[in-house]
Structures are given as C-alpha cells and as structure tokens.
Design a protein around this ligand. Structure first.
Ligand code: GLN
Length: 249
C-alpha cells in the first residue's frame, strides 16, 4: 500500500525527505518495510507538493512513473526548499488505473491530501455516500479511484467551512460505516496544520523542536521516531501535537 509523508518546520530541501535519508520516500517506494495488507512495491506513480516561501498555495509535481525513475526529480528536490511538504508514492489497488491524476497529493486552494489504504467493496459500498456530493464534483473526480472520492468527500466538508480535523474524522466515520474493514490512513495539510489518521496502516512521527514530520515509515533509525498507534487522529503544527482515538470498531 502507498507510502506518504508530511513535513512542517524550518525550510528544508525536498531531497532531505524524498531522496537523501537511508529510508527516504524513494527507498520506501522500492523497498518498503511495513506494507500491511498487500502490495510489495510502490511503483504506480508519485507526487510531491510544497509551499514556496510567501505562497499560501502549494506547487505540485506528480507522475504516473515510479519515483526512482524520474530523471528530473534529483535536481528539482535538491534545489527546492520548503517549510511545508506533502509527498506520496503509490501502489495502485487492484482494478484502479495507473495515471498521474490518481497519484497523491490531491489539492485545492491551500489544501493537500493523501490516502494510504483501500475502500472495501469499492465502488458499490460507497455509491450512496458519493451520491450526496454535487454532480459536478463526481464528474470531475481526479481519477476513478477510492482515494479521489475520499478527497472529494473531505473537500466538500472543507468548502462548507468544517475545520480540517472534523472533516477528516467525519469522513473516516462515514466510510467505516458504509465500507467496514477499509484502510484509511489519511494526510491533510494547509501548510500550517497537519491532520493524519492511522486506520489500518503504519505511521510514525518525529517531533523535534519547531519541526514535525509524519511518515508511513521512519526515514532513518534515529531515536526521535515514535510509532503512532492504530485507530488515531493526529493533529499537529510545528510546535503542537495532539493524538485522539478515532473510536473505530
Ligand atoms: N487505493 C488507493 C489507490 O489505488 C491507494 C492505494 C494504496 O494505499 N496503496 O490509489
């Protein structure tokens, strides 16, 4: 299953997250350590988005190719410095298309979103839930995938003014009810706050003074990494962190 990470803190080169550490995201793409629930490598595309200094809206770079095969990425990632980053590598769920637009992060305005997991019984299980969205959202989904639908459901709540943690927790509860057994590790940021769930997959957090990094797998063997227990929602800024049970059954 996909691997993802998000960083908030002092500006850092993208390469310090994606390429340089011993277990950087590019290594998690071809040699992940903790792929619970299927999949062996994350070769079905990748994406990275960051907030350039002084910009409220992120810049996104994504591709349907494996992260390690992208010839432009090393130079881009070493030359680009940002204080807020979200990135993901994808292992497509069986039956879902391999296309650039299915690779996270999904975005609108200041928001970036990623999903690691699967919606069980897709698409029948969530057809009714999807039917509550505006038709225009349904016919313009980024891709015909579970992750793109989850993004549309969360985006709908954000547009209505829901705080990010509430939008995430509500959609997890709604999808859990419609599609029990789903794996719903989600990541959402606006570049200032980060919301992450653990619901069926691994996630670790490294909180150091003024900086926060969450990642499906630790990027190195440093002692600051802590596993986030399953079934939780983490809400954080570079200097604050709360962990609350999701109350999944
Ligand atoms: N189900 C999603 C997709 O196919 C996410 C897959 C994953 O976490 N591996 O895009």
């Amino acid at each position: 299953m996909c691997r993802h990470l998000a960083y908030l803190g002092p500006p850092t080169p993208l390469a310090s997250l994606l390429l340089d550490p011993p277990h950087a995201l590019v290594r998690q793409a071809w040699a992940p350590r903790d792929m619970r629930g299927g999949g062996t490598i994350n070769a079905d595309g990748f994406g990275v988005a960051w907030y350039p200094p002084g910009h409220a809206e992120p810049v996104r770079y994504r591709s349907a190719a494996p992260m390690w095969s992208d010839a432009a990425l090393p130079a881009l990632a070493s030359a680009t410095v940002a204080g807020a980053v979200l990135a993901a590598v994808r292992s497509a769920t069986v039956g879902m298309p391999v296309t650039e637009t299915a690779a996270a992060p999904f975005t609108e305005g200041p928001w970036l979103f990623s999903h690691n997991g699967v919606v069980r019984g897709w698409p029948e299980s969530v057809a009714k839930t999807a039917g509550r969205l505006p038709v225009q959202d349904l016919i313009t989904l980024d891709a015909p995938t579970d992750s793109a639908l989850l993004w549309a459901l969360i985006r709908d709540r954000l547009r209505a003014g829901a705080p990010a943690p509430e939008a995430i927790v509500d959609v997890v509860a709604e999808v859990d009810l419609a599609a029990p057994g789903s794996r719903l590790n989600l990541l959402l940021t606006d570049g200032r706050q980060l919301v992450a769930t653990t619901a069926g997959h691994a996630l670790s957090v490294r909180a150091t003074p003024g900086a926060l990094l969450v990642s499906s797998e630790p990027l190195d063997d440093g002692p600051e990494w802590q596993p986030v227990p399953d079934g939780h929602v983490l809400v954080a800024t570079p200097s604050t962190l709360t962990l609350t049970p999701l109350g999944r059954s």
